[in-house]
Design a protein around this ligand. Structure first.
Ligand code: NAD
Length: 335
């Protein structure tokens, strides 16, 4: 190997180990060591080097993995349907390229219907209902194995313990647990008054509040929930073939769904949705860091499939990093 290739290999290895450290602090300790924009910058640098040098690609690279490992203090839950991450676009050109990749893959240039939703800044949860009763809830973990947080999830008022209406025999609901802005500010005030550590942002406050060994602590935290997809379910005949309609089914069965979800056609309409949500961002009662576009037809989703860590049929369109760099404060972590 010549010197410059050796240098690139070395650079890739350094970026990977940096991202592994960031991931550990963020996913396992709920205590980020750098702002998200910096994490995203390092990740993009790694991805572009790996793309240019596929000979150095590795399934162990942080670019190929989801989240962090489940903490062993919690019982482990194996997800029957993996919980993946999302790819990102940061500009209109990247958005058009996302749509073009879908056209190319489907070998069809017909305008596509997308379901559009805010990208909630919390943590992903999978909740299993059997015969309409909440029987298990787990964090995403590394996408394959998550942490059993059933007792803690049961303390969140927005999450029904029993479904309503004509629900399927078995249903895994996936969605985001988050902390509304006012709850977050109040919690940090209380933390300060008690001389406890304050949380860096609502995302970390939500994660730290849910991943507690004592459900009483979770119960005292202002957590909320919006459902955004389904995992495993049966019978299949009960479930709609459109993502948007699935969300309406979840709503009918008693699960909260973000009210600003919209179905639109074509990438121009996606860009308009992004602007529309961007204008409302500050007045929303919860923190978002972008929007998510999902191909609406489940059949097309299945044709498009997945890459290592994310579906090909969805992407997050992130807002530009906030001007002021969030001061990263120590985050309470009590397990
Ligand atoms: P992500 O946040 O980029 O996207 C996937 C997640 O989005 C899902 O797991 C789900 O929890 C969430 N989501 C919110 N609304 C959704 C919706 N409507 N539909 C579907 N999913 C929705 O995922 P990730 O893989 O957890 O994290 C990567 C990002 O996390 C990075 O881009 C970075 O911003 C941040 N991060 C930061 C650090 C750090 O040190 N600061 C470390 C690791 C990750």
């Amino acid at each position: 190997m010549n010197d410059s290739l050796n240098q690139i290999k070395q650079q890739i290895s350094e970026l990977r180990s940096l991202l592994e450290d960031y991931n550990y602090q963020y996913y396992v300790m709920d205590n980020p060591s750098v702002p998200d924009a910096e994490y995203d910058r390092v990740m993009r640098e790694l991805i572009s080097l790996e793309k240019a040098h596929p000979e150095f690609q590795s399934p162990d690279s942080p670019s190929q993995k989801v989240g962090g490992e489940a903490l062993s203090v919690f019982e482990q839950v194996e997800h029957r349907v993996p919980m993946l991450s999302l790819d990102n676009v940061f500009s209109d050109d990247e958005l058009k390229a996302f749509e073009q990749r879908i056209f190319d893959r489907l070998k069809n240039n017909q305008a596509i219907e997308f379901s559009c939703e805010p990208k909630l800044d919390g943590l992903a949860i999978s909740i299993l209902y059997r015969e309409g009763k909440l029987v298990q809830a787990a964090t995403r973990g590394d996408g394959r194995i998550g942490e059993n947080v059933t007792d803690n999830i049961k303390t969140i008022r927005a999450i029904p313990l029993k479904l309503r209406g004509d629900y399927p025999a078995e249903l895994e609901v996936r969605g985001e647990v988050f902390m509304p802005k006012t709850g977050f500010e109040k919690l940090n005030e209380q933390q300060k008054e008690k001389g406890n550590k304050v949380f860096a942002n609502p995302r970390n406050a939500a994660a730290g509040s849910l991943r507690q060994l004592d459900s009483k602590i979770t119960a005292a935290r202002p957590l909320a929930f919006y459902a955004y997809s389904m995992g495993y379910f049966e019978p299949e005949s009960d479930i709609a073939n459109s993502h948007f309609e699935r969300m309406m089914q979840l709503k009918n069965w008693g699960l909260p769904v973000c009210p600003v979800i919209k179905k639109v056609t074509g990438s121009q309409a996606l860009a308009e949705y992004y602007d529309w949500i961007g204008e409302q961002r500050n007045s929303l009662s919860y923190e978002i860091d972008g929007v998510v576009y999902k191909v609406d037809s489940i059949e097309l989703q299945q044709n498009l499939g997945f890459v290592a860590r994310a579906p090909r049929w969805a992407t997050a369109h992130k807002f530009p990093a906030q001007e002021e760099i969030t001061q990263l404060l120590d985050v309470e972590f009590q397990v």
